[in-house]
Design a protein around this ligand. Structure first.
Ligand SMILES: [Zn+2]
Length: 240
């Protein structure tokens, strides 16, 4: 059920019947020269929709809230098109949004996150709400939580890398420029924070080799991830 299509009185009825709401959260940022700026919004929306479909197949229902597209992206802010929201702004904004859903009566609020820079602000926002409301907040970072599954499909993963590029090929192939899909994995032993560190760690906005990405790999990843999340939501025993 897409919240954005409901009227207020339809919503009023639905909140009585549905206890779980998913809020997709992304970022608008550089993803190499081959992926669109809203890559991190597309993936969590698609996963949320697939989860909804799977839950329905099993006789249940969940609500998908409108997405929060802008996220915290300090590192990639060295590239044009990255619209960085400060961590404290995102934390306060997301806290208000979660709190509103808690007040509307939802007992399980799932933040379907598409972007690494959002993780700490989302945890802090969720903790603040959980202190005052009787809710459980889930933060799903699909590329981390299901890393093992992803690496059974892809030879590597990373920002604008093989996994993410495959997923966007499965969602919106017309937006992917595979002739420009190149890059390499770069890591550092410890976290280093510097204004222009993104130029070093994410050359052209990439940190992985995306050249082996395919639509089929993306389909498999989306399928596994959404089915596993569905099992978690429904509390099925073999969810892991
Ligand atoms: Zn991304």
């Amino acid at each position: 059920m897409m919240m954005e299509n409901l009227t207020w009185d339809e919503f009023e009825k639905i909140r009585e019947e549905i206890s779980t709401v998913i809020i997709p959260i992304g970022s608008i940022e550089a993803h190499g020269k081959h992926l669109p700026l809203n890559t991190d919004v597309l993936a969590p929306i698609e996963i949320s929709k697939r989860v909804e479909g799977e839950v329905r197949k099993k006789g249940g229902d969940i609500l998908i809230a409108p997405p929060i597209p802008y996220g915290h992206s300090f590192v990639l802010n060295v590239y044009p098109g990255t619209i960085n929201v400060k961590a404290e702004t995102l934390r306060a904004y997301v806290k208000d949004v979660i709190e509103e859903f808690a007040k509307e009566g939802f007992r399980r609020i799932i933040l379907m996150n598409g972007h690494g820079g959002n993780i700490y602000p989302l945890i802090e926002a969720s903790e603040k709400v959980a202190e005052n409301f009787d809710v459980e907040v889930w933060i799903i970072n699909w590329w981390i939580d299901f890393r093992e599954d992803i690496l059974s499909v892809c030879s590597s993963q990373g920002h604008a890398g093989e996994d993410e590029t495959s997923v966007i090929l499965a969602i919106k192939p017309e937006l992917v420029k595979m002739d420009k899909a190149k890059g390499e994995k770069r890591t550092t032993k410890v976290r280093r924070i510097r204004r222009d560190i993104g130029l070093e760690l994410f050359p052209d906005g990439v940190n992985d080799d995306p050249s082996k990405a395919t639509k089929d790999k993306g389909e498999i990843i989306l399928d596994i991830v959404s089915k596993k999340i569905t099992k978690l939501i429904l509390g099925e025993k073999d969810a892991y």
